[in-house]
Design a protein around this ligand. Structure first.
Ligand code: PLP
Length: 418
């Protein structure tokens, strides 16, 4: 069956040389090779002139498909039934006070169906696989992209093959298996798992969901930026804070925010604060030096942003610069502290990469990169139950007690000093 094209996509444009290619199942720019990531282009004039666009969007169901004119999806293919996006935004005054900020919000993307931001991208991935006639889809991932792909594939009835590096946390790994994915645990690094998945896609005819190189997936990640613009409207915060691994999330959010400005739905684009882990900060280094990226090791507990050879670093840096934003790195200690305070003062439990943004914002306020009279929203990119091991490290210990009131009283008096 042949499906009609996404109606408002004009072409795919190389982020390095600017060459343009027609919409289709292509990945990187043939001239620029693996680095030549393609960016989906739309006919914004046509979208802007659609009758009552703003009202049309407003009246749709509260999920990320409400922005379908800005997504590369064919109108002929049924949407997955899982609820993607339109994640809640919380005003968290106690956390704001602790950080020394006038106003602070958390956008909890751990509320997506497989509990991470990656569902936004996987939802587009399965739509493209069906559009291009594949019944099997594959990816390599340190965890969340994989569990998300497994969940979305299960929802639409595609087969999924997943390559994970040996060190992926157990809960994420378990998610893959329960959704029925075929899982290859690669005896090697993430980079080796990535290469093997790509070779397997070429060899066995599977659709490749690797966000770094697939031009369509970042369009799903963009929807968080579209939502932030719509959810805040005129009160859009000064800063949007995002943790950075491969660079697709921050690059996508930046693009989404700029599109909403272009369509006249917000007046100004917030500044982006990109946060990496000190043990894995190749994009921050390239941002600071202005030179090409140099791959690094991957030494951090925040496994979801432990990407030593990021593919989408140019997109990330471009969006940070366009927004007059900044980048900052945080230690594992700071990440563990952020896990505690976002939970205890904000009521949101994030995995290490999920709260790395919070750690980065606290540091940025201390360093006066973010001023105390400014406002910010942190995107919490993944739920804390995704990585129990790190959560336990951050959380502290429970008290073992005999089942008597005396024992409780005794404990309160002696150990808890109340
Ligand atoms: C993937 C991921 C990120 C970073 O996204 P990139 O596109 O790799 O920069 C951040 N947090 C979580 C929880 C993730 O799964």
């Amino acid at each position: 069956m042949k499906f009609s094209q996404p109606p408002f996509v004009t072409d795919l444009k190389c982020l390095i040389c600017g060459s343009s290619y027609p919409h289709g199942n292509i990945f990187t720019c043939p001239h620029c090779g693996i680095d030549g990531i393609l960016d989906v282009q739309y006919d914004y004039d046509q979208i802007r002139n659609l009758p009552a666009l703003r009202d049309k969007i407003r009246n749709r169901s509260l999920d990320h498909w409400r922005y379908r004119e800005l997504l590369p999806i064919s109108p002929d293919i049924p949407l997955p039934h899982l609820h993607i996006g339109w994640t809640p935004v919380y005003d968290v005054p106690r956390l704001a006070r602790y950080f020394g900020l006038r106003k602070l919000f958390l956008k909890d993307d751990g509320r997506n169906p497989t509990n991470s931001f990656k569902d936004r991208a996987s939802a587009i991935g399965v739509m493209k696989a069906m559009e291009f006639g594949f019944n099997t889809i594959a990816c390599a991932s340190t965890g969340n992209a994989a569990s998300s792909l497994a969940g979305l594939s299960a929802a639409v009835g595609l087969k999924s093959y997943i390559f994970v590096p040996e060190r992926a946390p157990e809960p994420k790994f378990t998610q893959l298996l329960i959704f029925g994915a075929t899982v290859f645990r690669v005896k090697g690094t993430y980079e080796q798992a990535f290469d093997l998945s790509k070779q397997s896609c070429d060899q066995f005819g599977w659709y490749n969901r690797n966000s770094g190189t697939n031009p369509f997936l970042v369009e799903g990640k963009k929807t968080a930026g579209l939502e932030i613009a719509e959810q805040f409207g005129k009160n859009i915060p000064d800063w949007v804070v995002v943790s950075v691994g491969d660079g697709c999330t921050i690059g996508g959010i930046g693009k989404g925010l700029r599109e909403m400005k272009q369509l006249g739905l917000i007046d100004r684009v917030p500044r982006l604060l990109g946060v990496q882990a000190e043990g894995t900060k190749p994009i921050l280094d390239a941002f600071a030096s202005g030179k090409d990226l140099i791959p690094t090791g991957t030494n951090t507990i925040a496994d979801s942003i432990a990407v030593g050879t990021p593919r989408n670093w140019r997109r990330a840096i471009r969006q940070v610069r366009l927004s007059h934003g900044e980048m900052i790195a945080v230690s594992d200690e700071e990440i563990l502290e952020a896990m505690r305070v976002t939970a205890r003062l904000g009521g949101v439990f994030g995995e290490p990469a999920g709260v790395a943004g919070a750690a980065g914002l606290k540091k940025a306020v201390e360093q006066k990169i973010v001023k105390s009279n400014e406002t910010a929203v942190i995107v919490i990119t993944g739920n804390g139950l995704k990585d129990i091991q790190s959560a336990k490290q951050a959380a502290g210990k429970e008290h073992l007690v005999e089942p008597t009131l005396d024992a409780v009283a005794d404990l309160l008096e002696k150990q808890l000093k109340l």
